[in-house]
Design a protein around this ligand. Sequence first.
Ligand SMILES: N[C@@H](CCC(=O)N[C@@H](CS)C(=O)NCC(=O)O)C(=O)O
Ligand code: FES
Length: 120
Amino acid sequence: MEQTDTQSTVDRIKQQISENPILLYMKGSPKLPNCGFSAQASQAIMSCGEPFAYVDILQNPDIRSELPKYANWPTFPQLWVEGELIGGCDIILEMFQQGELQPLIKETAEKHKVDEDNAE
Ligand SMILES: N[C@@H](CCC(=O)N[C@@H](CS)C(=O)NCC(=O)O)C(=O)O
Ligand code: FES
């Protein structure tokens, strides 16, 4: 039973990561963040001007407990781009300050817009 629950949570995480090219696991929402780290991270990503998906881990305690093990990353927020963990708040802000975040987000969004246009 325990095993099955853990497995379904991990499956849900894998599905979220594979279906959303830009995905932020955070506390609260970008509009109403519940922690300063999540607020700073989501603001930096929002300032790139592209839509992105998020999961509020405070509403999903199973994901909060399983994702750190799956990701091998102990804390939130976590930014995932195209199925890869980019990092947490420190890395996101560092990339933003170095001018690396915006091209990553822009190029990813652009690429997946084309994917969607070609979807048929
Ligand atoms: N230095 C971290 C700061 C994030 C952090 O320390 N998060 C803590 C407090 S919000 C956390 O997620 N703890 C585990 C938990 O609350 O589940 C980063 O770069 O992301
Ligand atoms: S919720 Fe306390 S530091 Fe993030």
